[in-house]
Design a protein around this ligand. Structure first.
Ligand code: CS2
Ligand code: MG
Length: 401
């Protein structure tokens, strides 16, 4: 069997998604997510111009060899565009291998290590009572883990506050600007968690995303002030390229740390994992080189008791979510999976068999990944330029978004 075609499909059923569909000589197809939020066409061009021509005629069964060919063969290694393109190919080849074997992909990865994949949802609100109502909604729908974000007095347009069920930070057109004040934020957030713990008791798992905005000593202070509320994790407290900073955070707080949604290779993760500077590694299939490379990262993490906590925002398509669930089910060191349901239009473009029940997601049992793209429906939603926001301090200084 040979690869005879690979199509790069860009569609915008409410937001942009890039999908690679690989077609084999016997008609078997496989899909891979290639969406990089706000930079979609860069990956589409990388695939169309540089990857697809190299795939034609290759044996789809040789997943590892194809991964090495695309990684080593590019000379220019790593980076989000390259690794997202490689991820799309890798994911599609695992889908094909599952279909050829007649098995769901998790069986090819060693079989189930658990009965389901525990997920967390996103609660948020402008006032503390809105936040409590939002958390209550997740609890009533069966969630056992909830991320809590709250509006902070004095900071308009803060990150992470959802106006509807599907939180979406990217907007069409050029980037919008949001704002930030660390003193206002640090003064407000602990009281929000105090109210949530008082209302929901000690066992609901609570998480919080700082979205790369603090310095290490500020993050240490926040972690310390949240200790009484026993968070499952504090996410991305500082920009993670300055990895030394995590040593300082660790000296001061026992609040667990989760990092990695913007990482794209094992080399971004190795210091944080091997020095036990984090507790959860949040790399994901689409941005970290596919199932093959993410498995390598999770295996390294397992040696150091670091657990997975993969990113699962709405800019990761149902193709990525399907792939993530197969890996989550199989690995020994699974922690949590982020889950933000997509819009009805997105679900229609990407028919999939995974299902949510009692706080857990369950992958489809059909051969492969159990997800596809409806190409004629996708064609009715043409690409629209969109961007993530940028962020400024209240005096106008550019800051991390
Ligand atoms: C976030 C994301 O889900 C998360 O934890 O940090 O919403 C992130 O901002 C977007 O996925 C960026 O594309
Ligand atoms: Mg995040």
């Amino acid at each position: 069997m040979k690869i005879v075609e690979a199509r790069v499909i860009v569609t915008c059923p409410g937001r942009n998604f890039v999908t690679l569909k690989i077609v084999c000589s016997d008609g078997t197809t496989g899909v891979g997510d290639a969406t990089l939020n706000g930079r979609e066409l860069a990956v589409a061009a990388y695939l169309t111009e540089h990857v697809v021509p190299a795939l034609i005629g290759r044996d789809p069964a040789r997943i590892e060899d194809t991964w090495q060919y695309l990684y080593r063969g590019a000379y220019w290694r790593r980076g989000p565009v390259t690794m997202t393109a490689i991820a799309a190919v890798d994911t599609a080849l695992w889908d094909i291998k599952g279909k050829v074997a007649g098995l769901p992909v998790y069986q090819l990865l060693g079989g189930r290590s658990r009965s389901g994949v525990q997920v967390y949802g996103h609660a948020s609100g402008s006032s503390t009572s809105d936040v409590l109502a939002s958390v209550a909604g997740f609890v009533s729908r069966g969630y056992r883990a909830v991320r809590v974000q709250a509006e902070v007095p004095g900071i308009p347009d803060i990150y992470g506050i959802s106006s509807g069920p599907a939180y979406e930070p990217a907007t069409f057109g050029v980037a919008t600007e949001s704002s930030w004040s660390t003193p206002d934020y640090l003064a407000h957030i602990p009281a929000v968690f105090e109210a949530v713990r008082d209302e929901f008791g000690p066992t609901l798992q609570l998480l919080h995303d700082v979205h790369h905005r603090l310095t290490p000593i500020e993050a240490a202070r926040l972690g310390k002030s949240l200790e009484p509320y026993a968070l499952t994790w504090m996410e991305d407290p500082v920009p993670a390229e300055l990895q030394d900073g995590f040593r300082l955070i660790r000296q001061h707080t026992t609040t667990p740390l989760a990092v990695g949604e913007v990482f794209n290779s094992i080399f971004d993760c190795s210091t944080l994992i091997s020095e036990r500077l984090i507790d959860y590694i949040r790399t994901t299939v689409v941005h970290a080189g596919g199932i093959t490379h993410l498995r390598r990262i999770f295996d390294l993490a397992a040696l150091y008791q670091v657990r997975s906590g993969s990113h699962g925002a709405t800019d990761l398509s149902p193709v990525c979510m399907s792939a993530a669930l197969h890996l989550d089910l199989a690995i020994p060191n699974f922690g949590l999976q982020e889950y933000m349901p997509h819009t009805a239009e997105t679900d229609a473009v990407f028919p999939h068999g995974y299902r949510f029940a009692d706080g857990y997601l369950h992958p489809a049992e059909e051969p492969g990944l159990g997800v596809d793209i409806d190409e004629s429906l996708a064609a009715t939603f043409p690409y629209r330029p969109a961007a993530l926001p940028v962020n400024r301090l209240t005096d106008g200084t550019m800051h991390d978004w």
